[in-house]
Design a protein around this ligand. Sequence first.
Ligand SMILES: [Ca+2]
Ligand SMILES: [Ca+2]
Length: 111
Amino acid sequence: MVCSDYGTPSMTSMMRLVVNVTDINDNAPEFVQATYSHTLDENNYVGAEVVRVRATDRDDGDNGRLTYSVAGGDAAAAWFDVDPTSGVVKARVSFDRESNGSLRFVIASWR
Ligand SMILES: [Ca+2]
Ligand SMILES: [Ca+2]
């Protein structure tokens, strides 16, 4: 930046201005895939790993740090656990194909 006076001769002074742009939380997390489809053999053991989901967030620091949770009703939460940091989804129950052939649920990511 330069500052000048109106005198004759004009005198000037200069200074350096540094602007640091800080991050705000203006990006929502995005899942790498919009839909994950996975098959699981019935009569699985409780705690069997089903799938690993992953989302990314363009923000920095805490604004880009993610946590995962099962959304979309009590049934989904009764069927599956998702690790809040790793995104690994595990079965909470042993499934029986004859009573539940296809399970659909939603995982949300926050920050
Ligand atoms: Ca964010
Ligand atoms: Ca940002």
